[in-house]
Design a protein. Structure first.
Length: 256
């Protein structure tokens, strides 16, 4: 398996760096991952392709899909069910005395069921991009924003649709990441104007500031705010379900 990093620089930046030695930044080398167990999602069947992100220190899990009767011998013959439920995992305590609890009561629901969206956690909320339901892939984009009552520790989730520009093309099974001042979306399966669906090599980006600006205005139909940029080299195949992450490579943040 080969992983390719796409340096997120302009042509001018690239030209200025040709032939110049770059100083390695080792400030990230001391970071380590730590894994802890948390309570299972309070859904007996489980979900595939849910929205998962963090806002205001709350873990949000929403939507997704499953088969309503997991023990049905004809499981693969029944329609897949797309979900609109929202679960929120909150954390209390500190250090070795940390406790986690799922909160679903009065959290709310998505305005419409969706699964397999690309998801990015941003300072302004959990950004949900595309995805699909029983009718096919979507070009919708929206933010899920979390608040928590400090007294009761009850969480609430709001859905901001108007403040986020929809995608130029319907897509699902995509991947996205936040790198610097841009959100990058690597489209998976796209739906063309003629209704056909296929894996793609399309990459869009959106300035993070557009989300902040959109919180107080309607930019929902401003699909031109998504900028299509160069994809990976032509010998790279079209993809669905790409794994897209931001990672520091010792010199700067890169999109993998």
């Amino acid at each position: 398996m080969i992983f390719v990093a796409l340096p997120l620089t302009s042509n001018a930046d690239e030209d200025s760096q040709v032939g110049k030695k770059q100083n390695r930044d080792d400030s990230h080398t001391e970071n380590r991952l730590r894994f802890d167990n948390v309570p299972n999602l309070p859904n007996d069947i489980g979900v595939a392709g849910p929205i998962v992100g963090i806002h205001n220190d709350l873990l949000i899990v929403a939507g997704g899909a499953n088969f309503a009767k997991s023990d049905d011998p004809k499981l693969w013959e029944v329609p897949k069910k797309y979900l609109d439920g929202i679960w929120v995992l909150s954390k209390t305590g500190d250090g070795d005395d940390v406790r986690f609890q799922w909160n679903q009561n009065n959290v709310g629901k998505l305005s419409q069921p969706v699964g397999y969206s690309a998801v990015v956690s941003t300072p302004f909320g959990v950004l949900c991009l595309g995805g699909n339901d029983a009718d096919g892939s979507k070009h919708r984009a929206f933010l899920l924003q979390a608040t928590i009552d400090k007294g009761t520790l009850k969480a609430s989730i709001s859905e901001n649709d108007l403040g986020v520009p929809d995608l130029p093309m319907a897509c699902t099974a995509s991947g996205a990441a936040l790198v610097g001042d841009y959100i990058y979306l690597v489209a998976g399966q796209v739906r063309k104007v003629d209704g056909s669906n296929h894996a793609s090599r399309v990459v869009w980006r959106l300035k993070l500031s557009e989300l902040e600006n959109g919180l107080n205005r309607d930019v929902n139909q401003s699909t031109q705010l998504w900028e299509q940029i160069a994809s990976w080299p032509n010998d790279g195949p079209r993809r669905m379900f790409p794994l897209v992450v931001a990672q520091h490579d010792g010199f700067g943040d890169r999109l993998y």
